[in-house]
Write a protein that binds this ligand. Structure first.
Ligand SMILES: Cc1cc2nc3c(=O)[nH]c(=O)nc-3n(C[C@H](O)[C@H](O)[C@H](O)COP(=O)(O)O)c2cc1C
Length: 185
């Protein structure tokens, strides 16, 4: 069974993205072990000496390094990712670089119709930075628009989205296996 780290790019207590990520963890529990990482309380990034990097960042970095992949659920703020997610990625890219060659699945819920498409496009670019260097599936998109209607209180998605999520997850598992095989060669 693969182990994944789930990161909701939010510090909002009622976040639909956090709910959806929780749901993803439960929904795929028989196929994968998904551990959720809380980035909401990390201090604002600054270029400190290595011995002053926060403990939470070091722990998260270790967990990401050991995981088979990372699943993001990002809200969209002003056509980009929330500052709390950018902050976490700055910390994680600073010294340790645990995302290097790590397979990543990107998801996101918005209130509007576009389902965080612009935030996800930015996130792909950010994750392509040399200090992050994640492995992104070509043309992978899981966009959840009109979140108040399509995401239930427990994070469960409406049927057509759930089917799409199952397909995306299965494609991601295949991608993770291919990346592993590449690494073994
Ligand atoms: C500062 C701010 C900016 C926002 N900008 C956008 C935006 O550009 N596009 C969008 O679809 N929703 C925007 N929203 C609305 C929602 O926060 C957004 O749809 C989000 O993805 C909802 O996810 P959440 O429930 O996990 O916070 C914005 C909200 C805030 C507070």
């Amino acid at each position: 069974m693969n182990k994944y780290i789930g990161i909701a790019g939010t510090n909002y207590s009622k976040s639909l993205n956090a709910k959806m990520l929780n749901f993803i963890k439960k929904h795929f529990a028989a196929q994968a072990d998904i551990e959720l990482l809380d980035i909401s309380q990390w201090p604002l990034f600054s270029k400190v000496d290595a011995n002053l990097v926060p403990e939470a960042v070091l722990k998260a970095s270790q967990k990401i390094k050991q995981a088979d992949g990372v699943i993001f659920a990002t809200p969209e703020y002003d056509h980009s990712v929330p500052a709390v997610l950018m902050n976490a990625l700055a910390w994680l890219s600073y010294l340790d670089q645990p995302f290097n060659a790590k397979p990543v699945l990107i998801t996101g819920v918005s209130y509007g119709a576009l389902g965080t498409s612009r935030a996800q496009e930015h996130l792909r670019k950010i994750l392509n930075a040399p200090e992050l260097g994640a492995k992104l599936m070509e043309s992978q998109e899981f966009l959840v628009g009109r979140g108040f209607q399509t995401v239930a209180e427990n994070g469960q998605l409406e049927a057509s989205l759930l089917k799409e999520l199952d397909q995306q997850f299965s494609a991601f598992e295949t991608f993770v296996a291919a990346v592993k095989k590449e690494g073994d060669q």
